[in-house]
Design a protein around this ligand. Sequence first.
Ligand code: PAF
Length: 282
Amino acid sequence: MTATAGGIAEMRRLAREWRAEARGVGLVPTMGALHDGHMSLVQAARDQSDRVVVSIFVNPIQFGPGEDYDRYPRTLEADLERCQAAGVDVVFLATAAEMYPPGYHTHVVVEDLTTGLCGAFRPGHFRGVATVVAKLLHIVAPQRAYFGEKDYQQLQVVRHLVADLNMDTEVVACPTVRESDGLALSSRNALLTPEARPRAPCLYRALCRARDLLRSGERSATALQSEMRESLERVSGVGVDYVAVVDSRTLERLDLVEGEAVALGAIRLAGVRLIDNLRISV
Ligand code: PAF
């Protein structure tokens, strides 16, 4: 039976007990509005760990002014049902009052990796993500924590956070789950209007176009980026925040694609921000 931990102290107590079990604890950090992408993380945790903890917390400090904190989808009842059906041991419902009580002062900044791409459009976002992930990893102290590759920059930031702060947790990356038309699953998809929804896979198509061009011999990252941007700008109602072809580890923009690279982008469609990425390699 899935329980909801009564606050940080209770969560910590449970996790301490479980950590001693043979395959330990797997943590799936989420902001709720759970979809099949989240559930694939839960499944991976289930396969590898004796106990699975899902945290649900819409973390206010990773949203900037004017962003969608207030309208971020919240579907707690359905989330708890999904967790229970998936055999989650505990859902940790953090609250802002307990995570950031009055007098809270400490934030975690992962440098360099966070200044470009989404970081350039969402100042402070990754500081909020790194801070909450560090706190969740301290509270639950899981052997493994699961993150989706859809948030590629976030994944690299978390990897660095864990390595740089010598945290005793393995970061497990799970593949992006997509709708049949290619749209990457995201809680924000629920905010798309029925008119906008059919246009939403344009980002994935642009990424596939870059991959196909690379396969047919185009190695210039600038050319791949231009092609992606032009294809997106042809779709009505789409605003392009960025498209980029980067080194898969450092996230530095490439001139030429020679090894493992990632094409990624962020667009705004009908007021909803969508991100996606695709590994491309020569
Ligand atoms: O990817 C998310 O849902 C969030 O950024 C995370 C990692 C749960 C931190 O709030």
